[in-house]
Design a protein around this ligand. Structure first.
Ligand SMILES: O=C(CO)[C@H](O)[C@H](O)COP(=O)(O)O
Ligand SMILES: [Co+2]
Length: 226
């Protein structure tokens, strides 16, 4: 996985058909998705439950691009090797998920993955100031994590502050939550390059009729680049 600053659209499978993930990820990839975003929730760190390493491992053979795994779990460290074994390319842990984010990020890289750190809307940019050298991605949550389809919370100031803090390091800024054609431009202007979008990508389409996925992705990209 080589670093580049171009806009990347990462559909979140949280908005896909849970009984048909393999075909859904193939469909969005064929329709122009750059990365695939996979939301892991434990019913403890967030008030919702999705799936764990076996599901991610099963998805690996259907995903030919970057598999971007967003862990909304606490604790994290005991599961890092399982996600490496599952084939995650990027593994993101929340800074709020435990007291030792420095150790967690080191362990993620040590297991051979790119390391991401996510910040909830209420967490300031300064919370990651001392771990930026251990990060490949900072994920700015623009909803409170746990559910898809929520309204976007404007974090432009935080995104711009992180962009300044990151400087010339090769660190992506990813935005997660409520990204659509109305909000994509704002976050890119502030400094983001990876846009996660669940409902705004999967809306109106299906595996049988995937063309709307393509139209949605193209519209979000155009809004981001415009
Ligand atoms: O991490 C997440 C929620 O915690 C999801 O990635 C996010 O909500 C994407 O869904 P949508 O685009 O529908 O908001
Ligand atoms: Co997510």
């Amino acid at each position: 996985m080589t670093f580049d600053r171009s806009i990347k659209i990462a559909p979140s499978i949280l908005a896909a058909d849970f009984a048909n993930f393999g075909a859904e990820v193939q469909a969005v990839e064929a329709q122009g998705a750059d990365w695939i975003h996979i939301d892991v929730m434990d019913g403890h760190f967030v008030p919702n439950l999705t799936f764990g390493p076996p599901m991610v491992k099963a998805l690996r053979r259907h995903v030919s691009t970057v598999m971007d795994v967003h862990l909304m779990i606490s604790p994290v460290d005991a599961y890092i090797d399982a996600y490496a074994d599952a084939g995650a390319d990027v593994l993101t842990a929340h800074v709020e998920a435990g007291p030792h984010i420095h150790r967690t990020l080191q362990a993620i890289r040590g297991a051979g993955m790119k390391a991401g750190v996510a910040l909830n809307p209420g967490t300031p940019a300064s919370a990651v100031a001392h771990v930026l050298d251990l990060c490949d991605l900072v994920c700015v949550m623009t909803v409170n994590p746990g559910f898809g389809g929520q309204s976007f919370i404007d974090m432009s100031d935080k995104i711009a502050e992180l962009r300044r803090m990151i400087g010339d390091r090769e660190v992506h800024i990813e935005i997660d939550g409520g990204v659509d054609t109305k909000t994509a431009g704002t976050v890119v202007q502030a400094g983001a390059d990876v846009l996660v979008a669940g409902s705004a990508v999967f809306r109106g389409g299906s595996v049988e009729d995937p063309a709307p996925y393509g139209e949605n992705i193209r519209n979000i990209r155009a809004a981001a680049e415009g």
